[in-house]
Design a binder for this molecule. Structure first.
Ligand code: AR6
Length: 482
């Protein structure tokens, strides 16, 4: 058995959890002061969305609130030469047939910084990983397509891309083609060479929870929502139709463009459109989350960390909404990093911080709750790998936040059978005892303040504390109320 089924309690089969499919996704594609839409509406299914505004009304922004695009009129060299002209000339002037020529071309329009760039990994890739045939195919066929796509920038991005700045909720919606073009311009793109052109739309959002909207955890009367927990499977393969957690860094994407290869970097590798969030997302604050709706998965993989390996193309079957956004919502939430000080996670500040952080993601789209059942969150050992959090405590905090936001949890323990069993048992126990989120919060603080984490885990504590308290209540003796 890989998933844990219990007859009683709120433990659920995966098929019982609500998905997002067919329901309104948040935010709606309406231009308002919290949403910038770079495509024309209405979007008709199967057609590539047109850029908005039309190319003749193109808007050029060069200010601290927008992405500075390479094709801007304001982007010029010290000698007042337009950089975009240099880019076009360097990339199309003569054929680029080797990595050295590609390097030279890139350096012509990056004269000021280019001398520091070594392109070590790229060179290694062409010399040692790509065969001679693959090298030839890249320079003959793929690179010209990447260049062609990149040079369509002024025609495809006709409005300013707002920066998703700190302490502000804002969303930006782009077509898949626009995202691909931006990636091509960043020279990060290894966009699969496919005949069909992606026609979808993505929305990148930043959600800020103002201090007065943060839940009063100690007063919450809610009880735990439904739980599905499995030691088998993972977020991206098995979280189909749910909100899917990205175990993020405060700089979204973490080490994706350098050396990282854990949950976030792997997710960004197989869904490379996510990478473009780095272009316009400032460092994520404590009460904030980054939410990306509509991304496509392009790759399969095996392994993890140093054993991670690309294993082929992935044909993404996820259906789309009326705007062409896939029903795939990725929640970028950065846990606290306890790598250097694990005991710090047992302070009331840390408990609150993690609850609020998770809530900033899980509450996204809660305003749809009246119209529709909110989809579950697919998650796992958030903050418990590189960031060294405690799995029992962190899974409980995630579930408390999800419950407060009105969402069930689909939890993948990443092969940890013991955790799966203890989560399912604790959940059932807490539900049977009708423990509210407010009470759980107070008990977790007690666990931390009394330093009980030194001798037991939070699940063991909750069980013994509640059993004792029940016994005391039954015998009429005085107790600290639960
Ligand atoms: N599905 C479910 N669970 C998973 C998956 C998956 N696909 N992949 C890993 N796990 P980690 P963190 C489990 O270390 O501690 C990055 O560089 C597995 O048990 O990626 O929050 C970011 O950019 C793993 O040990 O997350 C941040 O800088 C655990 O989830 C930093 O790491 C945690 O995965 C975040 O570290």
């Amino acid at each position: 058995i890989t998933d844990y089924s219990l007859k009683k309690g709120m433990h659920k089969q995966k098929s019982q959890l609500p998905t997002a499919f067919g329901k309104p996704q948040f935010p709606d594609l309406c231009n308002d002061e919290e949403h910038t839409i770079l495509i024309e509406k209405p979007v008709t299914s199967g057609n590539i969305p047109k850029s908005y505004p039309g190319v003749d009304s193109r808007r050029d922004f060069w200010d601290p609130d927008h992405v500075k695009l390479p094709c801007s009129e304001n982007n010029s060299t010290l000698g007042k030469q337009k950089r975009w002209d240099l880019v076009k000339e360097a990339l199309t002037g003569s054929r680029i047939g080797s990595v050295e020529q590609l390097e030279a071309a890139i350096k012509t329009y990056n004269a000021d910084v280019g001398s520091q760039w070594k392109f070590t990994s790229l060179k290694l890739f062409f010399r040692e990983i790509y065969s001679a045939t693959e090298n030839k195919a890249f320079f003959d066929s793929l690179l010209p397509k990447i260049i062609g796509l990149a040079l369509r920038l002024p025609e495809l991005i006709t409005n300013g891309i707002p920066l998703l700045k700190r302490d502000r909720t804002h969303s930006v919606s782009l077509s898949q083609l626009q995202v691909a073009c931006l990636l091509a311009n960043a020279f990060l793109c290894t966009y699969p060479c496919r005949n069909e052109v992606p026609t979808g739309v993505l929305t990148f959002s930043r959600n800020y929870i103002a201090p007065n909207s943060i839940p009063k955890w100690f007063a919450s009367e809610r009880t735990l929502s439904g739980l599905y927990v499995s030691s088998d499977g993972n977020i991206e393969d098995d979280g189909y139709g749910f909100f899917q957690m990205d175990f993020a860094d405060k700089f979204i994407g973490g080490l994706i463009t350098t050396t990282g290869c854990v949950q976030e970097e792997i997710r960004f590798s197989i869904c490379p459109e996510l990478i473009i969030s780095r272009l316009f997302t400032e460092c994520i604050g404590p009460n904030e989350a980054v939410i990306i709706t509509g991304c496509e998965r392009f790759s399969n993989y095996s392994g993890y960390g140093p054993n991670f390996k690309w294993t082929g193309n992935y044909k993404d079957p996820t259906p789309s909404d009326q705007y062409g956004r896939r029903y795939c919502t990725v929640l970028g939430l950065d846990a606290m990093n306890y790598r250097w000080k694990p005991a710090k996670q047992y302070t009331s500040e840390s408990i609150q911080r993690e609850l609020n952080k998770a809530y900033a993601g899980f509450s996204w789209g809660c305003s749809l709750a009246n119209q529709t059942e909110l989809c579950a969150v697919a998650t796992g050992n958030w903050g418990c790998g590189i960031f060294r959090g405690n799995v029992q405590l962190k899974s409980l905090l995630q579930h408390m936040s999800a419950s407060e936001a009105g969402r069930d949890l689909a939890y993948y323990t990443f092969n940890n059978v013991k955790l799966r069993n203890s989560m399912a048992e604790t959940h059932q126990f807490l539900v049977e005892n009708k423990v509210t989120i407010g009470n759980l919060y107070k008990l977790v603080l007690e666990f931390c303040e009394d330093e009980l984490f030194k001798s037991m885990n939070v699940f063991e504590f909750l069980k013994s504390r509640i059993v004792t308290s029940n016994a005391e209540t039954a015998s009429g003796s005085k107790s600290r109320n639960v």
